[in-house]
Design a protein around this ligand. Structure first.
Ligand code: URA
Length: 436
């Protein structure tokens, strides 16, 4: 089929045969389709939609457009988690070592932050010396040796997604669930996984704000993943408030170390254990979610996750001294405390993730465009969490920045992101639905 005939078929609402989707993906990768043709095809897919079978074939073609990591012969189940992105989402930094300490092999390939959501690679790069780009042989060796790695995509993994994602961005065709599902799953299945847990977020700080949209995507990815032979589950989790007290890069690494030392925040520590439990259960390592949760909590409490994290930092060339001395992480020039200025005590009712993320972006800790530089020491720490009781004069948060010009405006913005109640507030569970 010619590119024109494939585009016409979808433009007119037809079902694409496997050969047409193959032609599209290979044409995008080998350059035989022009940019105009790729853009037109993406718009036709976006407008007319894809059936489950078309999406399955698109995923398969994207997955096999490049290398699939060879995890054959590793004698523990190979599993990973993917999050659709959030504010203060530092979970992978604790989850990968914790899952490895529980007996899983975790070859986690991750990305950089863009817009209001942070990226795991940016956080890890705030550790002096930490190498985020490894080749396939190094990735496998590290998984065999210590059970986990967190690194960037190699050039040879899912080249189709690099091209299609950039074109989707240029043509406003990113937010279609079938395109999102094929993009996310192609990259995750290229890790050679037995099991995958998806943390699909909804709410103010999430990619999809509405629960129904996130739920649709989650179910689609579970169905597609299973059809591809991977045990996939999805937790639908609320992303209205930031995860934990820190949002940025170095400040989030410091918070992860605190969690692995057993110093909290407890709600976030427990959420991470629940996600690891999901992975252990899906991978067949534990026979129920309850026993898997006990398993994960025990390995976090006995320091095993911290030991794995130390090994991971060392194997990837990072300075392990940051674990005992977090002040060796990049520090911002200015640290400003924002205080609770009301006259009576209260409980924290809500923290608006989107407003917090906007301040963090402005401090330079995030990027608006893919090629922006970031300030690793900037961001927010010590942020209050929902349910905490707070007295007049207590800390609401610290703002870490390179200069003090906007501190006053940011402090006002930050105070407006937090709301209070005269009555005690019970923080709600973040996991709203589990699909397996
Ligand atoms: N993240 C991805 O990796 N792909 C998408 O399409 C959207 C979010």
């Amino acid at each position: 089929m010619t590119p024109q005939s494939v585009i016409r078929l979808k433009r007119d609402g037809g079902e694409l045969p496997e050969a047409a989707i193959k032609e599209f993906v290979s044409g995008a990768v080998d350059g035989s389709w022009s940019r105009g043709q790729i853009g037109a095809m993406l718009m036709a897919l976006f407008q007319k939609g894809l059936s489950l079978e078309e999406t399955r074939v698109l995923l398969e073609q994207m997955l096999h457009s490049g290398e699939v990591l060879d995890m054959e012969g590793i004698d523990t189940p190979v599993a990973d988690k993917h999050s659709t992105g959030g504010v203060g989402d530092k979970i992978s930094l604790v989850l990968a070592p914790l899952a490895a300490a529980c007996g899983l092999a975790v070859p986690m390939l991750s990305g950089r932050g863009l817009g209001h959501t942070g990226g795991t690679l940016d956080k890890l790069e705030s550790i002096p010396g930490f190498k985020v780009f490894l080749n396939s042989r190094e990735l496998r060796k590290q998984v065999e040796t210590i059970g986990c790695v967190i690194a960037g995509q190699t050039e040879s993994i899912v080249p189709a997604d690099k091209i299609l994602y950039a074109m989707r961005d240029e043509t406003s065709t990113v937010e279609h669930p079938s395109l999102v599902a094929a993009s996310i799953l192609s990259k995750k299945l290229a890790e050679g996984l037995d099991a995958l847990l998806l943390d699909v977020k909804f709410g103010r700080g999430a990619f999809f704000e509405k629960f129904e949209d996130a739920e649709f995507l989650a179910q689609l990815m579970v169905d597609l993943g299973k059809a591809a032979g991977c045990r996939v589950g999805a937790w639908l989790t609320c992303m209205d408030a930031p995860l934990g007290r820190a949002v940025g890069n170095a400040v989030e690494v410091e918070e992860c170390i605190s969690i692995m030392k057993g110093e909290g925040p407890d709600q976030l520590a427990d959420f991470i254990c629940e996600l690891v439990a999901g992975m252990l259960f899906l991978a067949g390592k534990d026979s129920s979610l309850e026993s898997a949760l006990e398993h994960a909590r025990a390995r976090l409490a006995d320091g095993s996750a911290l030991d794995r994290f130390r090994s991971m930092v060392a194997m990837q060339g990072g300075d392990v001294a940051i674990i005992e001395s977090p002040e060796k992480l990049p520090q911002a020039r200015v640290i400003h405390e924002v205080l609770y200025e009301e006259s009576k005590p209260a409980w924290v009712r809500d923290v608006d993730a989107r407003k917090v993320a906007e301040i963090v972006l402005e401090t330079g800790a995030g990027r608006r465009n893919a090629d922006d530089d970031i300030q690793h020491g900037s961001g927010i720490s010590g942020l209050v969490c929902i349910g905490e009781r707070i007295e007049p004069g207590d800390l609401l948060a610290r703002i870490h920045a390179e200069n003090s010009e906007q501190l006053e405006a940011w402090s006002t913005q930050l105070a407006s992101a937090v709301s209070f109640s005269d009555e005690p507030v019970e923080p709600a569970s973040l996991i709203i639905k589990q699909i397996m």
